[in-house]
Write a protein that binds this ligand. Structure first.
Ligand SMILES: [Zn+2]
Length: 323
């Protein structure tokens, strides 16, 4: 969703860099403290698979120019109806950790230490949920925008998950590693090519590209959802009779783009293809009453899709103390 340019512009020079060790969680705030939120993780089950949503903060995006094919006034009207700020939208980030068969798998990696000033708590949240980056067996990446891949590698160059296999969508790998495509790309897109090189360059020979309809890790099958980027991928997570449709960036903030699936976020590289992918998957989720998760939905970023009017409605799950 973010271009590297917007990320770079958003990060103050003094932003904390440092090592994985430096990102160990701060002591929890004192009981009753109003200064800081509790750690952002939430667990649920999909059959035998334990899913943990891990929050990585959010990114402020001006509403002006956010939707390519709608008047700003119409976008603001929807935000008002959704009780959201009308000048800048908060776009949240939520990664998933899957635990099954003694293995720990991440779906997308968050912003790492390269994110917006309003992100950066991912590692603390991940550790607070009981995880250790050295114990991650695999990271499955949905697409190559910085907010999904920067968590793989610190700005210092250090790999964050040293023992993890890295799985990437084959068409995404083909596109962003093509020197001719980079040379021909408009200036605004070139930083993303360079960031892909930075993140994956040191491990390029070990990266495992996967195709459409492949069971990438047990229970997690790739579903092509192109348009947002050329190889953007959603997933079906299945265990027994339970399933979760992991929508990745098929829709950006649901308040806008689930409600109005024809609206084109400025982050979608091919707006028409993205619209087709979005409607196809939202329609499937609604008709199957399937549980869904979105990378950019409000935390814990999981719920259901109902048909409503000319679009859809995102219905969040109800928080429950029993996993
Ligand atoms: Zn994104």
């Amino acid at each position: 969703m973010l271009t590297r340019r917007t990320v770079v512009a958003a990060v103050p020079a003094a932003a904390a860099a440092g090592s994985v060790q430096a990102q160990t969680p701060a002591a929890p705030p004192a009981a009753g403290s109003a200064a800081e939120q509790a750690p952002g993780f939430y667990r649920y089950k999909v059959g035998d698979i334990e899913v943990t949503a891990v929050n990585d903060g959010f990114f402020h995006r001006a509403v002006e120019g956010l939707v390519r094919n709608a008047e700003t006034g119409d976008v603001k009207k929807v935000l008002q109806e959704e009780f959201l700020p009308e000048t800048a939208i908060q776009v949240p980030f939520t990664t998933l950790v899957l635990r099954s068969g003694g293995r720990t798998v991440l779906v997308d990696a968050g912003n790492g230490d390269s994110g917006a000033p309003t992100s950066g708590r991912w590692m603390a949240n991940f550790r607070a949920a009981g995880f250790d980056p050295a114990q991650v067996n695999a990271v499955v990446i949905s697409h190559f925008h910085g907010d999904h891949i920067n968590g793989l590698r610190l700005k210092s160059g250090q790999a964050v998950f040293p023992n993890a296999e890295i799985h990437v969508p084959e068409p995404e790998w083909a596109y962003w590693t093509d020197q001719a495509k980079m040379a021909a790309a408009p200036d605004g897109l070139k930083p993303n090519f360079q960031n892909v090189q930075r993140v994956f360059g040191p491990v390029a020979k070990d990266v495992k590209p996967y195709g459409n309809g492949k069971e990438v890790v047990p229970g997690l099958t790739s579903v092509a959802a192109p348009g947002h980027t050329p190889g953007h991928t959603a997933y079906m997570l299945a265990s027994g009779t339970s399933k979760l449709m992991i929508m990745s960036d098929t829709a950006n903030h649901p308040a806008l783009f689930v409600r109005n699936p024809g609206w084109a976020a400025v982050f979608d590289m091919d707006a028409e293809t993205a619209r087709q992918s979005r409607i196809k998957l939202l329609d499937m989720a609604a008709s199957e009453r399937a549980q869904v998760s979105f990378y950019h939905a409000p935390f814990p970023a999981t719920g259901y899709i109902a048909k409503e009017g000319a679009g859809y409605r995102f219905v969040p799950v109800q928080w429950t103390p029993a996993v």
